[in-house]
Design a protein around this ligand. Structure first.
Ligand code: HEC
Ligand code: HEC
Length: 187
């Protein structure tokens, strides 16, 4: 829900029900409060996901891609050839992971970064790379390749945690970036 509609709902409840409605409706108040804190991307809490998807790269938060992207990525046939590697899973684990990813995908998240991801994609776009989402491309377009693909300590933009020191917590603000072999980022 956009900020404007929240303000609109607030105004509506004040006009329709009087201010007392707001005091009575604690659920709404705590929801409003939590929206204020949802600044990054929702951290991963699923132990199986963390275990299975962290062998080769950092376990990306589901809020980086829409459901349709995760469906494509985690199809059994896709995991056989996952960016040139085999990331095959037994059926039960695969089902667990797909449930976790789709329940928490960007299109269902209230976190700020997920909202930005969705806003930058057309309805029919479902990239299988986070690094192909226009919002992510734009945020990194001032970083020279010598600090990314030509930087042995990073290798590619896919390795978020090499530069984003609080990536696992879901925090990606530019003041928590430290590029290996280079240093803090100041633009
Ligand atoms: C055997 C190693 C391996 C495992 C296990 C693995 N991946 Fe990957 N993954 C890769 C490689 C290699 C890439 C491509 C990285 C690059 O281009 O530098 C990749 C890329 C990705 C990307 C795209 C990153 C980008 O560029 O935006 C996503 C999303 C992804 N993996 C999700 C998963 C999920 C979810 C799992 C768990 C089911 C998983 N991976 C398990 C090797 C693996
Ligand atoms: C080579 C280091 C590097 C890697 C790898 C990297 N980033 Fe970044 N990222 C940066 C830098 C530097 C900035 C700040 C750019 C600027 O402000 O011009 C940034 C900015 C961002 C921002 C915007 C932050 C803000 O305050 O507006 C997001 C979101 C983000 N990165 C997500 C990701 C994700 C997700 C990945 C992995 C798929 C990733 N980044 C990989 C260096 C990196």
């Amino acid at each position: 829900m956009k900020k404007n509609s929240v303000v609109f709902m607030l105004m509506m409840s004040v006009t329709l029900g009087g201010v007392s409605v707001l005091h009575a409706d604690e659920g709404f108040a705590s929801w409003l409060f939590s929206v204020e804190r949802k600044k990054g991307v929702e951290p991963v809490t699923d132990a199986i996901y963390n275990e299975e998807c962290s062998a080769c790269h950092f376990p990306y938060q589901p809020g980086w891609l829409p459901e349709a992207s995760w469906q494509k990525l985690i199809a059994a046939s896709a995991l056989e050839d996952h960016f040139g590697e085999s990331a095959e899973l037994d059926e039960q684990t695969q089902q667990h992971i797909i449930n976790f990813l789709t329940a928490n995908s960007a299109d269902k998240s209230y976190y700020k970064r997920s909202k930005k991801i969705m806003a930058s994609l057309n309805k029919d776009q479902a990239p299988i790379r986070i690094t192909k989402v226009p919002y992510i491309i734009k945020k990194h377009d001032e970083i020279p390749e010598k600090l990314i693909s030509k930087n042995e300590k990073v290798k590619s933009l896919s390795y978020c945690e090499k530069c984003h020191k609080k990536a696992e917590k879901g925090i990606f603000d530019d003041d928590s970036v430290f590029i290996p072999g280079h240093g803090y980022w100041s633009d």
